[in-house]
Design a protein around this ligand. Structure first.
Ligand code: ZN
Length: 143
């Protein structure tokens, strides 16, 4: 785990991630479409902006894809910047923060934190079964 996040991220940059959903989505969108957009449904490479921030909509079949789709942050039921905070601390692994502590710091329910923490831990354990995109998104986050 520590190998994945070996580089120490810039604290200012982290602060941005931990306070802004927009920054998180921007980051995910950049990582996801760094080689250009490709519609997952029809393979078209042209897109326009989607309804949600940093999502993209295929100009051909109109399928919209969010920046978080295909990542551990997909279908997250709470603000994504809080999910980033948990993901960072779980992956960085320097201090073991309990789900009660996450809940207190982020004003979330303990069960919510437990569910998400478990999801990340399982994802890390099953790195080889993840898609290339998921792997690279986990590896690149916060570096
Ligand atoms: Zn399409």
């Amino acid at each position: 785990m520590s190998r994945i996040f070996k580089n120490n991220p810039d604290p200012g940059r982290l602060e941005e991630f931990f306070t802004s959903d927009k920054k998180c989505l921007e980051f995910l969108a950049e990582a996801k479409w760094k080689n250009g957009f490709l519609c997952r449904k029809c393979g078209n490479a042209n897109y326009c902006a989607g309804k949600t921030p940093h999502s993209r909509r295929c100009t051909k079949c109109k399928t919209e894809e969010s920046a978080a789709a295909g990542t551990i942050f997909h279908n997250c039921k709470f603000p994504i910047h809080k999910a980033f905070y948990i993901a960072y601390h779980v992956c960085k692994g320097k201090e073991d923060i309990s789900t009660y502590e996450f809940a207190r710091r982020l004003s979330l329910r303990q069960m919510t934190c437990w569910n998400f923490k478990t999801r990340i831990q399982q994802a890390l354990q099953k790195m080889e079964s993840l898609s290339e995109y998921e792997k690279s998104s986990i590896q690149k986050i916060f570096q």
